[in-house]
Design a protein around this ligand. Structure first.
Ligand SMILES: C[S@@+](CC[C@H](N)C(=O)[O-])C[C@H]1O[C@@H](n2cnc3c(N)ncnc32)[C@H](O)[C@@H]1O
Length: 283
């Protein structure tokens, strides 16, 4: 285990930067995994994105298997490429040109978006995620097209560090299942299985915007709630932005308000909410 993993409570393993990423929930999820005797079990993220929490739990041995599902073909291609061809992927990282010309080339591959060539699309997705402002795939490059900003296109592309994350991931690739389904189908499939914990982090009501693929309209939020409420006897948890609609949809479930930007030195508005299934043991 690398020094950075021993020192930090939240291991940073995902090669992707994700707006609103949930890697920081790792300590809480670890507590839940242990309290629910899931250490030998499967942990499922139906809306995985950067999958920071999932990878943290797997690599620290807290769970044995993870399922990373995302409906976005670009994100799916990234996870498939990096788990199936980590060597080739690392080589691509190592030799990547960090220039605006290369950015334009990768953007073209991303825009065409052919998942048949998942290595190419997966790498383009990764390249844009690491070179764009805030990792937003449809945004512009750090430093601007003219590269006159304080930070340049390579500011978040530490090749050595990223290759190390890919190497760690590759060591566990047999324990990672990558899928490209609708999150609802994944919840339906896994909620009936024993020894399985589902953590759903769907597109938010208000914040989702253009940060990532937002396939959700109000009806999707209600369908998701119906599906999860039906599965209240299974082990799942859900996070959302703290809007009144969540309290309405999940009025019969236990809920807890929290802040992702919690800091011991600042008072931050708690603007997210966690919802728990009835059979999840809380500590
Ligand atoms: C809030 S983000 C998840 C962030 C993630 N928890 C992390 O830590 O990086 C929501 C993700 O759901 C994906 N998504 C959107 N609609 C979906 C759907 N219907 N089924 C599965 N995934 C979906 C998006 O592509 C996005 O990656």
């Amino acid at each position: 285990m690398s020094t950075s993993m021993r020192q930090h409570k939240k291991p940073i393993i995902s090669p992707l930067r994700y707006p609103g990423g949930k890697a920081s929930l790792y300590p809480r999820l670890r507590t839940l995994v242990r309290a629910n005797a899931m250490t030998e079990g499967t942990y499922v993220e139906p809306y995985a994105g950067g999958a920071g929490a999932a990878l943290g739990l797997l690599i620290t041995g807290e769970v044995q298997r993870i399922v990373i599902n995302d409906l976005d073909p670009a994100i799916y291609s990234f996870w498939l490429a990096v788990t199936k061809h980590p060597g080739e992927f690392s080589q691509m990282v190592k030799t990547a040109d960090l220039t605006v010309d290369e950015w334009l080339r990768q953007k073209e591959i991303y825009s065409i978006g052919s998942p048949e060539n998942y290595l190419k699309l997966g790498f383009a997705t990764f390249y844009l995620n690491r070179t764009n402002r805030s990792g937003v795939l449809n945004g512009g490059p750090i430093g601007g097209m003219d590269q006159t900003g304080n930070y340049k296109i390579d500011a978040r592309f530490n090749k050595e560090g990223l290759i190390e994350r890919i190497r760690l991931l590759a060591l566990h690739s047999k324990q990672i299942k990558v899928t490209n389904s609708d999150g609802l189908a994944v919840i339906r499939k896994y909620s009936s299985r024993h020894n399985t914990l589902i953590y759903a982090d769907p597109p938010y009501f208000e914040k989702a915007g253009s940060l990532y693929l937002n396939s959700f309209m109000d009806s999707h939020h209600s369908t998701l709630a119906a599906c999860l409420n039906r599965a209240a006897g299974s082990k799942w948890l859900l996070t959302y932005d703290n809007v009144p609609r969540v309290a309405e949809l999940y009025r019969e479930r236990r809920r807890e308000i929290f802040s992702l930007n919690y800091s011991a030195h600042r008072v931050v508005k708690a603007n997210e909410v966690m919802v728990f299934s009835d059979s999840l043991v809380l500590v």
